[in-house]
Write a new protein. Structure first.
Length: 311
């Protein structure tokens, strides 16, 4: 069975891109499920899949986050990892879907968990807002704050991979991805036309798709009226090549396989290997030029590896 991907909200489970993409398990809040039931569900999930990678937003309530750690502690398992993500709701949903896509490949659970950091570099997550007066997760200057009080103002904000903010209709532009991508849009009360007519052509997106607005988006962005958007890599062959191209190591603490400088399960940092000349550590998880990974068809050997059942 593939490694299970779990989430803390149904909004983080986007429609699958193909019949092979599995769904994600839902880890409910303590208000919706008693602790005994949560323990039974997680035990069953671990028995069925072997390992569970749970992703949750940094904005998750303290009670819900505490429940996740309590379940892992009471089960005394090292086969469950909890990954807190700073991505906005729609961006995290895209990352979750990408990991769901890769979960049916031949990657080990440790590599899958480490890949969350790598793939986050290629997610351009932003929104069009009617005000940035309450935006706390992206730096906002005094001028933008003042313009927020002007009727009819709209702002385009990018939260990941690098913070950006412009006023819609000004000469400025958001710096987009340097690779072929698709655009996922959660239309709201403002900004949908600008995303379709200005942003998508400027970023040369191959396709524009729609998703339902996540319930937590307004709180995350600090605005009641917004349209959220995410540019991302949709092709599983490119995602597979990105992850497969990074050198794999064995964690020197828990012995799990990993990519980069931090174990995805025990979170321990790995010492740099001075004898190795290729990408390693944080550099190994940095974005690479778009020319390094093309959306080409997989070779026969690569396709066998990409669709082979996981451990």
């Amino acid at each position: 069975m593939p490694t299970a991907i779990a989430v803390t909200s149904p909004d983080l489970v986007l429609a699958p891109t193909d019949p092979q993409t599995p769904l994600a398990a839902l880890l409910q809040s303590p208000h919706a499920q008693p602790l005994d039931a949560a323990l039974v569900d997680m035990h069953r999930l671990l028995e069925q899949h072997g390992y569970v990678i749970a992703l949750y937003p940094a904005s998750l309530s303290a009670a819900h986050e505490h429940r996740l750690h309590t379940v892992r502690s009471l089960l005394e398992t090292d086969r469950l990892t909890l990954i807190k993500s700073p991505l906005p709701p729609l961006g995290l949903a895209v990352l979750v879907r990408q990991l769901r896509q890769l979960s049916v490949c031949d990657f080990s659970p440790g590599v899958m968990a480490s890949a969350a950091r790598l793939l986050s570099h290629y997610i351009h997550a932003g929104a069009v807002l009617n005000s940035v007066a309450r935006l706390e997760r992206v730096p906002v200057g005094l001028t933008a704050h003042a313009r927020s009080w002007m009727p009819g103002s709209q702002f385009a904000v990018l939260a990941n991979p690098e913070p950006q903010l412009i006023k819609v209709g000004s000469a400025g532009a958001l710096t987009g991805p340097d690779f072929a991508c698709h655009l996922l849009v959660a239309k709201g009360a403002v900004g949908a036309d600008w995303v379709a007519e200005s942003l998508a052509p400027a970023w040369r997106t191959g396709a524009v798709q729609e998703a339902a607005p996540p319930a937590d988006s307004a709180a995350w962005w600090g605005a009641g009226k917004l349209t959220e958007f995410v540019a991302h890599l949709p092709d599983i062959s490119v995602l597979y090549q990105l992850v497969a191209s990074v050198r794999r190591e064995q964690c020197r603490w828990c012995a799990m396989e990993l990519i980069g400088d931090r174990c995805g399960f025990c979170a321990s940092r790995q010492p740099a290997d001075e004898e190795y000349g290729g990408p390693y550590g944080a550099a190994a998880l940095s974005p690479v030029p778009a020319s390094a990974h093309h959306a080409r068809p997989l070779t026969r050997a690569e396709r066998r590896r990409a669709i082979a059942p996981g451990p």
